[in-house]
Design a binder for this molecule. Structure first.
Ligand code: 8YV
Length: 306
């Protein structure tokens, strides 16, 4: 339905495959275009923005994240950028909770055991995982998705701790405990779920020092961006048993995986599918088109970021 509407209202110059183009090819393909429609996996660095033909006046991204776009360079060239916030909140929080449960309860290990024919029957000490209900969940980044994660965790009687640049108004906090300094939150994180955007300040935020502040046996979940986690440090902690498990949907340099994850049993890994539901992807597509429609009708795009 999204492509039908896009094809009805726009002349689509290039959409031959489902894979991202490199910067050079993107600039070449943008020749004669009024706008670019990109995904979070399409890097739009400053060099590409400077190389874009003058005809391009807008970049609509099919994502809430905008870390792949050099926003300052877009601003410099007067190119408007808009994203798709809100519509992927629930799907992403659902996957974050799935990862939390799956990592804690060793779901991937159990699945592999059955599929590989290694299950020789129930045993009282088989695949003992980490208890979830009633534990403490620390949330880094209490935006829309962080808050949706907190709501899900309330159903599991979890005590919510959070760090966010701004403290939420009391009504929205819903009993969650605010930590002005993220490092002070870490000792309370039986579970840590990452929901902050990727910025230069959050690069490798979860490093060896911060992991050391987590309780022994903590579980880490990341559905934000792989760059927030220092893979070397996380892998070392999963190997040593400092961390019980990790549930990850995003990776630095994805789709390439740090080789250290191979053979680590206590990980529950998914291929960046946080927003991959029928309803959500349709809504993302329609939102991206709404942004384009508004801009080309001379109005303010509803989700302008630059
Ligand atoms: C997408 C995302 O799956 O919206 C984002 O920022 O990371 C995901 O929802 C994908 O990257 C969309 O381009």
């Amino acid at each position: 339905a999204v492509m039908t509407r896009a094809g009805r209202d726009y002349r689509i110059l290039t959409n031959e495959d489902d894979h991202p183009y490199g910067a050079e090819e993107m600039a070449r393909r943008a020749e004669g275009a009024d706008a670019l429609l990109v995904c979070a996996v399409d890097p739009v660095p400053a060099a590409l923005i400077r190389a874009l033909p003058d005809s391009v006046r807008m970049i609509a991204t099919f994502s809430v994240g905008t870390d792949h776009i050099a926003l300052a360079a877009a601003k410099e060239r007067g190119i408007v950028v808009a994203n798709t916030p809100g519509v992927l909140t629930d799907a992403t929080a659902d996957i974050a909770f799935l990862l939390l449960l799956g990592a804690a309860r060793r779901a991937a290990e159990g699945e592999r055991m059955i599929r590989e024919g290694r299950w020789d029957g129930w045993a009282p000490t088989q695949l003992i995982g980490t208890h979830v209900t009633g534990k403490r969940l620390a949330i880094l980044g209490m935006g829309r998705i962080g808050q949706a994660m907190a709501r899900r965790a309330c159903g599991f009687d979890m005590e919510i701790h959070y760090h966010n640049r701004r403290r939420l108004p009391a009504a929205e906090e819903a009993g969650a405990i605010y930590h002005a300094d993220a490092d002070d939150m870490l000792p309370a994180a039986d579970f840590l779920s990452i929901h902050s955007p990727a910025t230069p300040e959050t690069h490798h935020w979860l490093n060896a020092e911060r992991i050391a502040r987590l309780p022994d046996g903590a579980v880490v979940v990341n559905t934000a961006r792989g760059t927030l986690v220092d893979d070397e440090a996380l892998i070392a902690a999963l190997r040593s048993g400092k961390l019980a498990a990790a549930g990850l949907d995003v990776f630095e340099n994805e789709p390439k995986l740090h080789p250290g994850y191979a053979g680590l049993p206590n990980t529950f890994l998914l291929p960046h599918m946080g927003s991959a539901t029928d309803r959500t992807r349709d809504a993302m597509g329609f939102t991206a088109l709404d942004n384009l429609d508004a801009f080309f009708a001379g109005k303010e795009p509803p989700n302008r970021v630059a």
